[in-house]
Design a protein around this ligand. Structure first.
Ligand SMILES: NC(=O)c1ccc[n+]([C@@H]2O[C@H](COP(=O)([O-])OP(=O)(O)OC[C@H]3O[C@@H](n4cnc5c(N)ncnc54)[C@H](O)[C@@H]3O)[C@@H](O)[C@H]2O)c1
Length: 346
């Protein structure tokens, strides 16, 4: 298939690009190369004849129209977004632009291309979203595809808005859309300001390992390469207009997650004192959602998808990857805001 992947120089988008090219798809990666992007994430496929790259902003309609006209995709996987909740608290404007206006612009470019091409039945627009649109759970229950939207941060509100736009373009214009809402991802190439890399890198540097609040918040973790596989599965087999919740069925409290990473580091890079001694509690993020947990029955039962690794396997692979790829993360640590406390609401 000929694919357009937006945000393919980011964390999840690059995993999708690597997997799609490995499976023989022809991929045009469109990315604006914001602070969160790194072209090294796709270096392994850069020379492949099935891969091409366009530095472009999804808010730029003319550039998107040209990209569709030249690449003539069978499908779009839309991952470009501003993605960091803490940054959305400090500066929501970029989230409104990219996540809402950008998605609108891309939908219109896709609709224009699809209409001109005679509305091919097989065309797909897969919008990649987050479980954060569903808000926060109490101690019980799971997010299903029918859970009411209740976003609580500027990030999740902007993603919720984009989900509504995608559904509206499906219902109103007949654009063949699919949606996915995924839980927290982790794995190789995770930008060093997100929780798991922060834990690994602070631990290695001998710095305090910050935990927001009491570390009681629960997240449901999914290995990024499993997410990429799930997205290609939804694209190939998903029912038109439908959304799919994707999760790893790996619920864990932040504090327990950090302790597990410290224990893995104790094994893989032992030192005189346990890494867990560096854990340090810091003031919580405002509006910090208590718990997210996904019910992935639909993607499992309808499409036959399931994750390939357990949380412990995935974490061990991730820690090993950061130990082996120091030059990758060192270069990113100089970027704006990385290593600072963001989103404290001050
Ligand atoms: N990280 C997670 O745990 C998670 C979980 C569920 C869903 N998601 C969703 O998956 C998608 C990818 O997330 P990620 O963690 O890889 O994000 P990321 O921040 O690592 O990557 C986003 C990419 O989008 C690009 N981008 C940003 N604005 C752009 C614009 N205006 N035009 C073109 N490109 C632009 C950036 O340069 C970057 O390469 C997002 O839509 C996010 O909402 C993420």
């Amino acid at each position: 298939m000929r694919l357009i992947v937006t945000g393919g120089a980011g964390f999840i988008g690059s995993a999708v690009v690597r997997l799609a090219v490995a499976r023989g798809h022809s991929v045009l990666n469109i990315d604006a190369l914001t602070y969160a992007a790194c072209l090294e994430n796709v270096a392994s496929v850069a020379a492949d004849p099935n891969y091409s790259f366009l530095q472009g902003d999804i808010c730029d309609r003319a550039a998107m129209d040209r990209a569709f006209a030249t690449h003539r995709p069978d499908a779009v996987l839309h991952l470009a977004a501003e993605s960091h909740v803490d940054r959305s608290i400090d500066g929501p404007g970029a989230f409104i632009n990219t996540n809402i206006t950008g998605t609108y612009t891309l939908l219109e470019a896709a609709r224009g291309f699809w209409t001109k091409a005679g509305r091919p039945e097989g065309f797909r627009f897969l919008h990649v979203s987050t479980d954060e649109v569903f808000g926060s759970l109490g101690p019980e229950g799971l997010f299903t595809e029918d859970t009411a939207y209740d976003p609580r941060s500027p990030y999740s509100a902007s993603k919720a808005a984009s989900d509504h736009l995608v559904r509206a373009w499906g219902a109103t214009y007949g654009l063949p859309v699919l949606l996915s809402n995924c839980s927290n991802n982790y794995g190789p190439y995770h930008f060093p300001e997100k929780l798991i890399p922060v834990v690994i890198l602070n631990a290695l540097a001998g710095r305090p390992i910050p935990i927001y609040g009491a570390g009681e918040n629960v997240r449901d973790w999914l290995y990024v390469e499993d997410h990429a596989d799930a997205l290609l599965t939804v694209l190939a087999k998903g029912q038109l207009g439908r959304s799919y919740n994707i999760g790893g069925e790996n619920e864990v409290r932040n504090l327990d997650l950090v302790r597990r990473i410290c224990a893995i580091l104790d094994e893989q890079r032992p030192k005189a004192t346990p890494y867990g001694d560096q854990i340090s509690f810091v003031s919580d993020r405002p509006g910090h959602d208590a718990r997210y947990a996904i019910d992935p029955s639909r993607v499992r039962e309808e499409l036959g998808w399931r994750p390939s690794v357990t949380l412990d396997q995935g974490l061990a692979q991730t820690v090993a990857w950061y130990l082996e790829n120091e030059s990758w993360w060192r270069a990113l640590q100089n970027r704006d805001g990385v290593g600072e406390r963001l989103g404290s609401g001050d």
